[in-house]
Design a protein around this ligand. Sequence first.
Ligand code: ADP
Ligand code: MG
Length: 627
Amino acid sequence: MSKKQKKMLARIIVSTIMLIVLNFLPVSGLLRMALYLAVYLIIGADILKKAGKGILNGRVCDENFLMTVATIGAIALAVYTKSGDYNEAIAVMLFYQVGEFFQSYAVGKSRRNISALMDIRPDYANIEQDGRLEQVDPDEVAIGSVIVVQPGEKVPIDGVILEGNSDLNTSALTGESLPREAHVGDEIISGCINMTGVLKIRTTREFGESTVSKILELVEESSSRKSRSENFISRFAKVYTPAVCIAALLLAVLPPVFNLITGRPAGWENWIYSALTFLVISCPCALVVSVPLSFFAGIGGASKEGILIKGSNYMEILSQTKVVVFDKTGTLTQGVFEVSGIHHNEMEEAKLLEYAALAECSSSHPISKSLQRAYGREIDRSRVTDIREISGQGLVAKVDGRSVAVGNTKLMKQLDMAYADCHSLGTIIHIAIDDSYAGHIVISDIEKPSSKAAIAALKKAGVNRTVMLTGDARAVAEKVAADLGVDEVHSELLPGDKVNKVEKLLADKSPKAKLAFVGDGINDAPVLGRADIGIAMGAMGSDAAIEAADVVLMDDDPMKIAKGIKISRKCLAIVYQNITFALAVKFVCLLLGAIGYANMWLAIFADVGVTVIAVLNAIRALRVHKL
Ligand code: ADP
Ligand code: MG
């Protein structure tokens, strides 16, 4: 509990006791009034102050204003009718404050829960100097430095393991509770916790560019992207509160005036009382608080599962997803190719692989990484010049001064190179050296173990169309699609063709059904931006993809797509439940109030009760693990 909350609680308790005692004290007249007013001020002074400030800043008609007018009105009525019953006015303030207290407690608690689970920000990095470990600010560690991470410490900066083996706890990043093994040579991302061994890591990024910083940035920014429902609520409150104020005024004035005209007693007290009740009922706090809180909890819950949703607007779109379009390499398949055959002309097998690996030395495509791994030796970059990558086709470069082209049949055709067809099933990488065809390397990728289940889960979650788009050869693409149960497949596409296909799919569906594109961002960042919602593979994906995407899957597991959709549906369902519930209760109470059946007690109970229920319901959005 914060200091402010403790103070608030103390005021609630003191004024409650005072109010009870006062009711047994035999005082009357001015003294009685003064004592009750004191209690009123103890419990309500801050609301009066806020209402005053609101009026000065031109924000009339907020909740504070409503409560102030209603309670001061009730006191004035008690004075005017000489009833001496100030209990009602004070009780309204008291209950309102109880509601506020609860609300601030619940909101604070869930915010703390979420930031605890986002507690991945490292405080320091260890640098070894003269045999001693020194703690430095991670911001000051340059790329290529060697840092030491001891068991129990967070990995502060992305890098590659130089020394040591360990188990990593990645649960804060991916929601995966099993530890992951890490060995020398493995890439390691910041934010996970080193559990067993001491690791020496060579950093590959600056702290500001590292995974932790990126994630924290995303989560911090997510609340500024408002969903339609949230915008609806703030617009609604802007119109609703003044409208209710005017309605209350009319209710206080019109019937008595009508009575006077028709020659009956005016009944001012009754109608003013009804109008004040009306004001209390109309307080929109349940909505104003619970809707943003639901989204916040939903985004927090999703990030705990390794699904980063960049804003509540994306939460909303995700819940309406009916078409899911996939990239193949790195998304449905692992993007870790094994060389399964080398077919060559005169050149030696090893030489062919060497040329290919050298030419690929600076590409970030999974194919390039795989060829370099198959080559297995240190790459001397000084032998390579004039690299030009042609996305969706391959690349050309000069190796030892000889021009080398590495890529698919499209590239060979473009270079007017007669290539040999290959009948092995796999991705065929053709290589031409110095204007003559040198041979090809057959590589094959493996499907991710969860891809098939992921497609099935999407169908179960109500996605009615799944499509795979790939730049790879048709035979490979069709085999993968058939294995996984994807509805449709389009192959041999250039990055631009993928955008066109997605545009066609967008035009094809009803506007209410949303289209998601899932990719790793290598050659598909434009498509990520074009889809209704772009989902990127965060661990393997490129930085460009993580920037361009609206949702990032931290562990590259395609199962998380269906999970994300389910989380968003739950969150949206909670938002709608709260909106309907709050509006329905208000509406009934307003109706009762208008015809004189509701008193202020009922009104304040309804208001505080609805707020409490709505806030409790909103917190449910955080619990998504079992979805
Ligand atoms: P996907 O749609 O499956 O992710 P890409 O669009 O990234 O595939 O690439 C399509 C095809 O272009 C690859 O299957 C490969 O034949 C060729 N290609 C792309 N980049 C490279 C590269 N760096 N080296 C060799 N071939 C490449
Ligand atoms: Mg790709």
